[in-house]
Design a protein around this ligand. Structure first.
Ligand SMILES: NC(=O)c1ccc[n+]([C@@H]2O[C@H](COP(=O)([O-])OP(=O)(O)OC[C@H]3O[C@@H](n4cnc5c(N)ncnc54)[C@H](OP(=O)(O)O)[C@@H]3O)[C@@H](O)[C@H]2O)c1
Length: 291
């Protein structure tokens, strides 16, 4: 981004999903830390407001790039627009994403495919475009938004959990590949967090979202600190780190059972569950994570 030499920026951070929730908090954190911003989401007016706030309060530059990231060509368009503007991206925050609740066979097909496009394909595409220039410059950071759901199968949110398992695996593998280049890759794994996510996914009436939720600002802060240290994986919140500790030892079908219980709405309770899953809760079940 063209910079005022009296006030050199710390770098430029591109943040997808900047119009709301955790992405919005990331944008404020980067602006506060002196980074110029590239803000991406569909809601132009919210992005414009955030860009003005960043300029006025923090004296950084902010470039608004409204995009529907479920459109296959969006990453390429974004990359070219930034090239034309001469903007080099030092930090890529792949935050945009959404979920859908309900039995897989009832998931509305277009929404389902759009979710996979945003959560997996666009995230991969953006990383493939922006990572090589970072490696060439010998510095850069990528943060990919995973979830505590990355660690288990998620009945009634089957495709969403699988999409987040992809993000974690992809990020861990890439982190290994880029070692020694000056670039780091971080996967951020939040648990239930207070944003528009739950209402959009029709999750508000589930056990996972009726409990205590983390604040989006706290999740972004933990992600920011881990990113700056170049950590590969960060699970936000002590409670969720503890809950996930035993997961490698728990049979995956049991994890699926517990994950299902946390994401059932009252209307799902009539949906047939396997007989073993309806057995009385065993001691130690409280260790199961709430994705
Ligand atoms: N909240 C949680 O409990 C939780 C837990 C674990 C992981 N996560 C992950 O955290 C990330 C951020 O979610 P959030 O909780 O902050 O939810 P949020 O408040 O709903 O924010 C989602 C962001 O993604 C953007 N987005 C969604 N679809 C898009 C599309 N097609 N094109 C462009 N932008 C799109 C939205 O912008 P527009 O609508 O303006 O386009 C918005 O800025 C997601 O990847 C989510 O899976 C959330």
């Amino acid at each position: 981004m063209a910079q005022d030499s009296s006030h050199p920026a710390a770098g430029t951070a591109l943040i997808t999903g900047a119009s709301s929730g955790i992405g919005h908090e990331f944008a404020l954190l980067f602006a506060r830390s002196g980074y110029d911003l590239v803000l991406v989401a569909r809601n132009r007016s919210v992005l414009d407001g955030l860009a003005s706030q960043a300029r006025d309060e923090f004296g950084v530059q902010a470039f608004v790039c409204p995009k529907d990231l479920s459109v296959q060509t969006a990453p390429e368009e974004l990359f070219r627009e930034l090239q034309q503007q001469g903007i080099a991206v030092d930090v890529l925050i792949n935050d945009a994403g959404f979920a859908m609740q309900g039995p897989f066979v009832e998931n509305e097909l277009t929404t389902l495919l759009n979710m996979l496009q945003v959560n997996i394909v666009t995230l991969t595409h953006l990383t493939r475009l922006f990572l090589p220039p970072m490696i060439e410059r010998g510095r850069g950071k990528v943060l990919n938004m995973a979830s505590i759901g990355s660690y288990m199968p998620g009945p009634l949110m089957a495709a969403y959990f699988a999409s987040k398992a992809y993000v974690l695996s992809f990020s861990e593998a890439l982190s290994n590949e880029v070692e020694g280049t000056g670039v780091t890759i971080t996967a951020l794994c939040p648990g239930p967090t207070r944003t528009r996510f739950a209402a959009r996914a029709k999750l508000t009436d589930t056990r996972a979202f009726r409990g205590t939720l983390m604040a989006a600002a706290d999740v972004a802060q933990e992600g920011f600190e881990a990113l700056m240290k170049g950590k590969t994986v960060v699970i936000t919140g002590f409670k969720y780190r503890m809950q996930l500790l035993p997961t490698p030892l728990v049979p995956r079908r049991l994890l699926a059972h517990f994950a299902r219980r946390y994401h059932e709405t009252p209307s799902d309770q009539g949906v047939t569950a396997p007989s073993w899953a309806t057995a009385p809760e065993r001691s130690g079940s409280s260790h199961a994570a709430q994705p």
